[in-house]
Design a protein around this ligand. Structure first.
Ligand code: SF4
Length: 170
């Protein structure tokens, strides 16, 4: 069961192509300049089963990828890991934002490592107002990286994706 602040089924701003973006409710980071401060408070969203979310994603035949956003998806790592596994079984590319860095998540909880192991792309790190840039694809500030998660896990360190589509080109 996940606690969500919203779902957008035709996003073009949270990764390449038409994606479903699932916004978790609750965020411990409280970044200055956050665009979604209404997602900070825990336990105040809409409860949804992972299986129902898969159905909602499948209702859009144009959707090829799913992005977890927030709030902080890794604060509900167990539920998002379950959802990621269901989505991967159906062939969707799964990306997640996190206010934690890859390094922090690697030494995080078992559930956080399980979620890492279940996704393709991680856009990591908090939003830093001092590093804000409007030039970046799919990111708000320059400290954030777009990581190839399987390659990062294999290497034991952060590996940025080389996929051109994640650089903002089609
Ligand atoms: S991690 Fe994201 S949702 Fe959380 S405070 Fe920072 S910018 Fe806002």
């Amino acid at each position: 069961m996940l606690d969500l602040s919203g779902i957008v089924t035709d996003s073009i701003v949270d990764g390449p192509g038409i994606r479903t973006t699932i916004f978790s409710q609750g965020c411990p980071h409280h970044c200055e300049g956050c665009h979604n401060p209404e997602t900070w408070e825990f336990g105040t969203g809409t409860q949804m089963e992972e299986e129902r979310l898969l159905q909602i994603v499948e209702e859009n035949p144009l959707c090829r990828g799913v992005t977890f956003s927030g709030g902080e998806p890794f604060a509900q790592a167990e539920g998002f890991a379950k959802l990621a596994r269901l989505l991967k079984e159906k062939g969707y590319e799964v990306a997640s934002y996190s206010g934690y860095t890859f390094e922090q998540l690697l030494s995080g909880s078992d559930a956080q490592r399980e979620l890492l192991a279940s996704i393709d792309i991680l856009i990591d790190g908090p939003f830093l107002l001092s590093e804000r840039s409007l030039e970046l694809s799919f990111r708000g500030s320059k400290n954030q990286r777009i990581l190839d998660v399987p390659a990062s896990l294999a290497a034991g360190k952060a590996v940025e994706t080389t996929q051109v589509r994640w650089q903002g080109e089609s």
